[in-house]
Ligand binder design. Structure first.
Ligand SMILES: C[S@@+](CC[C@H](N)C(=O)[O-])C[C@H]1O[C@@H](n2cnc3c(N)ncnc32)[C@H](O)[C@@H]1O
Length: 504
């Protein structure tokens, strides 16, 4: 099955012009209900926002659209007709956006504004998805099509934005990653096993005037057999779910495999579908099994591909916390059903000796320069990291192509977001702890010893690395060659992670 945008093109264009006229945007909604109600909505609570819309604010076109499509409250046919004058109630019914229940009109789909900053700058779209738990008021359908969630934002923020001919989004859901990729790819192929997801994604692309996405039905790489892409992105259904009777299997998060095998399968297929030099970026979970470190397990998956790879582990949850998180995510509240599912989750983990589950991001590149980074990064990150990821890969390429001798001839400077902490025992002249901190990127911090602190402090681009090391060796009264050999791996690491950079 192959879907293209434009199936209901004309009514979607009418909807678009109504949403524009209503000024149905993130900023306008925040102005209507205030920042506290906005924060409550992010916590899954709609009462403050619905109270703010009981007065005149709720009668504006944006207010009516927010009530029905964001808060899941019914409105009258008259109110909807005023809010969507070009599309009208019949058009909204035909598009499958609403249903009529007596004199009330109810949302069938969630539809909300979405604003973002990605590698190409700021933008805003409207995104349709299935109604969330707030509106449904209970457990979700197994074929639920997810809107833009935390994981979606993580991946879209990580996406590097270099121009490519073709990009692939596996498990497109509401289409959000494909739409971001469409900003820098000439064409995007978006796949999913859910026909409903593809219909909704096609609606979203058309609603936002994005016409370079082709939607294909099928599992993982099946719909793209024999094809290669300059970029592959995937927020795959990585949630580990017991394969037991009576445990719901949500399409949006569960790929139907045992344990973390789905993520391993996606990684396994990348080498056959990336063009030379192409990049894949995914999110994933990995199990900590029988004393085997989960990040090392992810490292084995990427090593088997032969591709250059960088895996970042952001979080580790013990098996019990992981189970609670995902049972709750499906809309099941604490009670007997929750306890039954909890037991099934723990049984499943116990069978495989799983004690914890790691979450993180994987970047794989179809180059063979020997990049194999496995990192744990737990500092809070704000905003998109796509630019930083591209810069890190380029910096790794730069330093790995140079011998120690050549690096010695380079002039390096400190990045402007770097600061240094020094801690002293009271009364001591010398610090006991020195730490280098990065304000941007992954917000890394690195411990410094005396030699490295002296080197970093002298990196203002004026002297070559070799000249700085020679001066430090003299000062510390140590052998220059030995100091250089000791510092070189740290210099390479500081360049790769963006603390130091070569003078342009
Ligand atoms: C976590 S959602 C991601 C949705 C969207 N890409 C995002 O970032 O928000 C995973 C998606 O993968 C789809 N999916 C599940 N199993 C799949 C499979 N075997 N092959 C392709 N897609 C699959 C689901 O239907 C769902 O839309």
């Amino acid at each position: 099955m192959q879907l293209t945008c434009g199936v209901h093109s004309e009514p979607i264009q009418r909807l678009r012009s109504d949403l524009l006229a209503a000024r149905f945007s993130v900023d306008v909604l925040t102005r209507l209900w205030g920042t506290r109600a906005d924060a409550a909505l992010h916590r899954g609570q709609r009462v403050p926002a619905s109270r703010a819309l009981t007065g005149p604010a709720g009668e504006t076109a944006a207010g009516v659209l927010a009530r029905i499509f964001v808060l899941g409250m019914p409105v009258t046919a008259g109110q909807l007709a005023v809010a969507l004058p070009e599309l009208g109630l019949d058009g909204a019914l035909a598009l499958g956006l609403v249903s009529v229940d007596g004199d009330r009109v109810r949302a069938v789909l969630d539809l909300r504004p979405y604003s973002f900053v990605d590698a190409h700058g700021v933008g805003s779209w409207w995104i349709a998805s299935d109604l969330g738990e707030l509106t449904v008021g209970g457990a979700l359908r197994e074929d639920h099509v997810l809107g833009v969630g935390g994981a979606s934002l993580t991946l879209s923020g990580l996406m590097v934005g270099g121009t490519v001919d073709a990009a692939l989004d596996i498990g497109t859901g509401c289409g959000i990653q494909a739409m971001h990729a469409a900003r820098h790819a000439t064409r995007v192929v978006a796949t999913d096993i859910s026909p409903r997801a593809l219909e909704i994604a096609a609606l979203n692309a058309e609603l936002n005037g994005i016409r370079n996405i082709e939607f294909r039905l099928g599992s993982l790489f099946d719909p793209v057999a024999g094809e290669r892409f300059g970029q592959i992105v995937s927020n795959p259904p990585f949630v580990i779910t017991p394969r037991a009777d009576g445990v719901p299997s949500y399409e949006y998060r569960d790929g139907g495999m045992v344990g973390d095998a789905l993520v391993a399968s996606v990684i396994d297929g990348l080498a056959d579908h990336l063009e030379p030099g192409g990049i894949a970026q995914l999110l994933g979970n990995w199990e900590y099994r029988d004393g085997v470190d989960g990040l090392d397990r992810a490292g084995e998956w990427v090593s088997a591909t032969g591709l250059d790879a960088w895996v970042v582990e952001r979080e580790v949850q013990d098996a019990a916390l992981y189970s609670e998180t995902w049972i709750r995510d499906g809309g099941t509240r604490p009670g007997p059903e929750f306890d039954r599912l909890y037991g099934a989750w723990l049984d499943d983990f116990e069978q495989r000796g799983v004690t914890a589950v790691g979450f993180g991001y994987l970047s794989l590149r179809a180059t063979t320069r020997g990049l194999r980074r496995l990192e744990r990064l737990d500092s809070a990150i704000e905003g998109g990291l796509g630019v930083h990821i591209a810069e890190t890969l380029a910096a790794w390429d730069w330093q790995s192509a140079l011998t120690d001798e050549q690096i010695g001839r380079e002039h390096l400077e400190l990045a402007p977001d770097v600061t240094e902490d020094r801690h002293y025992w009271p009364g001591d002249a010398d610090p006991t702890v020195m730490t280098l901190r990065q304000g941007g990127g992954f917000g890394r911090s690195l411990p410094l010893d005396t030699g490295l602190a002296a080197l970093v402090g002298a990196c203002d681009g004026e002297l070559s690395v070799r000249a700085i090391i020679a001066a430090i060796a003299q000062l510390l009264e140590v052998d220059e060659a030995a100091l250089s050999a000791e510092l070189m791996p740290s210099i390479r690491e500081l360049v790769t992670t963006g603390f130091l950079r070569p003078l342009a």
